[in-house]
Design a protein. Structure first.
Ligand SMILES: Nc1nc2c(c(=O)[nH]1)N[C@H]1C(S)=C(S)[C@@H](COP(=O)(O)O)O[C@H]1N2
Ligand SMILES: [Mo]
Length: 221
């Protein structure tokens, strides 16, 4: 949050943010159990059929024609892909479950987009790159370890269930990191920054866990 990413406070859903901070304080939904990954619903989660919208309350309108994805920092080949260049990359479709820290899980989401491993192939992270921060058009940021991003099931998605991702869900392009709580999956992504040192970001400095593994209930920290 060191740069000018901070959203205008008037535009933020202050109430939602305050209540999520209170959840972190109270340890809400923590069960104290952990579940084996063979079981599909992580501890403390309930399955939903719809797809809730969760964000800071700022829905940026991002015209794909003006959208650009910058990957920079500790990489040997920085890229700045405009829409056509992004869509010209090899495409994958992968199905995964969403686990939101507010307690809902949504199974079987078919995402289409660019595989994270392809992006890594292109940019070639420098040997000392260990961490990533995603920057989004609404001012949101979130951090993950580079090895989590390289996990094989991660992608930069432009479509969900075969349809272009709706703007409320982060279109034109969002990150999808299935093995982490969903706040790690940045909507409206515009920049992927590669770093040597970790940089806890929006929720990670507001009471939420740095790693966010739903199976061990890394909700707060
Ligand atoms: N840019 C951006 N990405 C974001 C957020 C946000 O506020 N801004 N919220 C995160 C949180 S807390 C969740 S739970 C998911 C929600 O995604 P959805 O609205 O598509 O369900 O997006 C994550 N990615
Ligand atoms: Mo969330």
């Amino acid at each position: 949050m060191a740069d000018d990413d901070t959203p205008k406070s008037g535009a933020i859903k202050e109430k939602l943010i305050r209540s999520k901070q209170a959840w972190a304080r109270d340890g809400r939904l923590l069960t104290g159990h952990s579940a084996p990954p063979a079981q599909r619903l992580p501890p403390g989660q309930r399955k939903v059929e719809d797809w809730p919208v969760l964000d800071l309350g700022v829905t940026p309108s991002v015209d794909p024609k003006k959208w650009k994805l910058v990957c920079d920092g500790l990489v040997q080949n920085p890229v700045a892909w405009e829409w056509d260049a992004f869509m010209a990359q090899p495409q994958v479709t992968m199905t995964s479950d969403i686990h939101c820290v507010t307690g809902w899980s949504r199974f079987d989401n078919a995402w289409t987009g660019v595989h994270a491993l392809h992006l890594l192939d292109v940019v070639q992270p420098a040997p000392d790159a260990r961490h990533i921060v995603f920057h989004s058009h609404d001012g949101y940021t979130t951090n993950v370890r580079l090895d989590y991003f390289a996990d094989g099931d991660v992608l930069l998605a432009h479509s969900w269930q075969g349809q272009p991702l709706e703007i409320e869900h982060g279109g034109p392009v969002r990150v999808v990191i299935p093995k982490r709580y969903f706040w790690k999956s940045a909507k409206w992504v515009r920049r992927i920054e590669f770093l040597a040192e970790d940089r806890p970001s929006y929720w990670e400095v507001n009471g939420y866990h740095n790693e966010a593994d739903p199976w061990t209930e890394e909700r707060y920290g």
